[in-house]
Every structure is written in C-alpha cells, then in structure tokens.
Design a protein around this ligand. Sequence first.
Ligand SMILES: *Cc1c(COP(=O)(O)O)cnc(C)c1O
Length: 331
Amino acid sequence: MSAFGSVFMPEMAISWFDGSQWSDAEVVSSDSLQLHPGAHVLHYSSTCFEGLKAFRHEDGSVKIFRMDKNIRRLAQSSELLALPAFDEAMMESMIRDIVARFADEVPAPPGSMYIRPTHIGTEPAIGKAAVPSLTSCLYVLLSPVGDYFTGGDKALRLLLDDEGMRCPPHMGVVKSGGNYAGALQPIMKARAEYQADQVLFCPGGDVQETGAANFLLIDGNEIITKALDTTFLHGVTRDSILTLARDMGMDVQERELTVEELLERSARPGCEAALSGTAAVLTAVGTLIYKGKEYQVGNGGVGETTLRLRRALNDIQWGKAADTHGWLTSL
Ligand SMILES: *Cc1c(COP(=O)(O)O)cnc(C)c1O
C-alpha cells in the first residue's frame, strides 16, 4: 500500500488566469506545470487547495461528495488570499471532466478517488511581498486512495497545546499551504516527545482543531464542537457529521469548549472524542495529553457513536443509504 495521496492519475485539468481572463480548461499531463522560480506562490505562499472525494457505487456509477461546498470554500480561500476570482461553474466542470475521464479508475469502497483542486499565484514578481499576484493557475489533481483504516482502527493520541496556535486567528478558514508548514514543528515535537499522533491546538484554553482535522467531543447524546469563526477550518465532514447527528436526534452543541471542560467530560465512562476530515472521515481519539499527564477518553478505544456516525456518512457516500440531503453529484 502506498501512502495516502502519493499516487496520481497521469493527467489533470488546468486553467490559467493571465491578468484579465481565464484560459479554456485543458487536460494536460499531471507532471507538467511550468512556473517561473520567481512565481508569487513560491515566495509569498499565495496558494490554497481543496480536498474532496468521488465514490464508486455498486451499480458502477461515480458520485462526487459535496462538491459545491468545496468549490465555495476554494473561492473563499482565494478571496482571502487576494488571488484572482474564478468562475465556480468553470471549477465544477473541470472537476467533473477530469473525474469522468478517470471514472474507471475510481476505487470501490472502502477506497475512493481523492480530488485536489489547487489555486496558485503565478506572477514572476519577487518585489510583490505586499501586493497580490496578478496572474494565477487553477488545476485539479486526482489521487486514488484505499482504506484509511487498513492496519486497524486505532484510537489516536492527541497532545493539547494551549500555548501556541496553528495559524493566525484570521487565517483559520483558509485552506492554505502556509498554515500547514507553520504547524509542522509543533506536530513533530509532539510526536517525538509524547508519541502523540496529532496536536490539538487550544489557544488560551479554547479547543480548536488539529493540523488537518476538526475535533468533536461526544458525550452520551451530546456532540460538542467549536462554533464557526475565522480561527479554524470549516470542515465539510464536520458539517456532514453534525447534520447526521441531528437527524439521529442527538443534541448538537456548536459552542466554546474549554480544555478544562474537555478533560472533565473525557473522564466520564462512555465519553468519546473524534477527528473529522475528508481523508479520515471520523477517527476516534483515545488519549489526551496535557501538561505531561495522560487522560483516557472514555474507555480509550474506538467509541460506538463514532462508529455509528462514520457508518452513516459512509453509507450515503457509498450509495448504501438514501442521499436525503442531496450531497452527491453524478458525473
Ligand atoms: C481540510 C481540513 C479540515 C477538514 O475539512 P474537510 O472539509 O472535512 O475535509 C479540518 N481542518 C483543517 C486545518 C483542514 O485543512
């Protein structure tokens, strides 16, 4: 098995903005991207991306999950990074066309085709540290992925960090390269010093998210997660899981969650915690590490509600349950 996201389809969809208009979308070899070494993105991180998936159903058809939400988020990220605006309908047809071209390669469940739309500032202008790139490029890469849970469905260990932050507070909603590079050192340190899988960033005691996934606390019939603001990424999986939880009659609370309340609730029997994101869907959290002490969440394993919510989402994605919220797009 190769690592998630390391295998690519041989072609991608691409379109260039020359400062006044977008070129017609083309399909080109996925290793052909020519950039000037002085390109804005390579110096000033004018880059944002998306991650969504296409699924193969039993009848052979291929469906894309919540494409509209992901395209909207890419448009918002682009705007917040002062990248040129693009037509969301053009992005949609680029995604549909490239997925259709490789429809035969979409793995069957539990695999899927991971779709990576990317927008970068291309203007060769190293003097523009404080000025937007006038030109840009949009491309859509495809990467077939297998079962995220091969090798076991183990509950993760998270280090709670209430001193640092993942990114500046106004940048959390932007799925942008710089945010990830900036979080690497704290994550590597947590791995080396605490054998933690991820860091749960909790600036000033406010429980936010990890490096690439949202955090949910599940306590009996309650699901608690931070209310949307600009400080963290508004996950499409988070939104989908909360919607399904409401459908199941759960008490969904989008509000502030402090480290203190998190640790207090975690100790209760039956308490669960999970990370949500497109890659991992919903992954259980079994241990929290805070100020050198370890706290087990519930029984420390993979919780029943976590599994039930993950299955409910997978069932819709895989065409085994009715798509009651209209989340799937046919090619
Ligand atoms: C992508 C991402 C998520 C999860 O978003 P989904 O839309 O559910 O995939 C959460 N946090 C960060 C920082 C992310 O980059």
